[in-house]
Design a protein around this ligand. Sequence first.
Ligand code: MN
Length: 227
Amino acid sequence: MKKLNLNLLEKRLGYDFKDKNLLTQALTHKSANHQHNERLEFLGDAILNFIIADLLYLQFISATEGELTRARASLVNKSALHEIALSLELSDHLHLGIGEQRSGGFRRESILADTVEAILGAMYLDSDFEHCRNVIVHLFHPRLTILKPKEQIKDPKTRLQEWLQAHHKPLPKYHIISIIGEPHAQTFTISCEIEGCLQVVQGIGASRRIAEQEAARKMLELIHENK
Ligand code: MN
């Protein structure tokens, strides 16, 4: 097996493994050793899909289920993961059996993509969900920003306003329902209603602004459910 500088890889990942053996296992193809990365890949695949779903859900507040599914598939597929593997220069760190080495396994798209998943699985075991999330945000940031960037930048109130304008409806009405708590730790409940929609939604937040954004986000969900 090659002696490799894992520090360099950790630096590119933006994560320092407490248990270096986990990282080594994640880099080990089944052709090289019985302690290989397939189970880690299984775990990493699930974590990656979940975190990407969560990121997309939060960023594309008015995207439909179908749009979210397509967006996730465009981010989490073999060729996208292969590109990430290349940016991490994973080929230099793989442990492969002799046969795979000879047949160019270091460059094989599926081996590299699977190794990215295995690294994420290993990272989750080595730390926690939050660290995994941060690394995934870091690795996928360029791809996430080119994915319909307009929808990403705009906040729910702006998007709701634009949707209403596009449908020739008056602006939404926000009302304060309640403000509770001490002045330094208040909780605002704000309602949002729009013309032609019988349902009134409420947002709760630590400021008037946050509660309004939350109410607008719920209204956008409602609009898209009833579309
Ligand atoms: Mn895989």
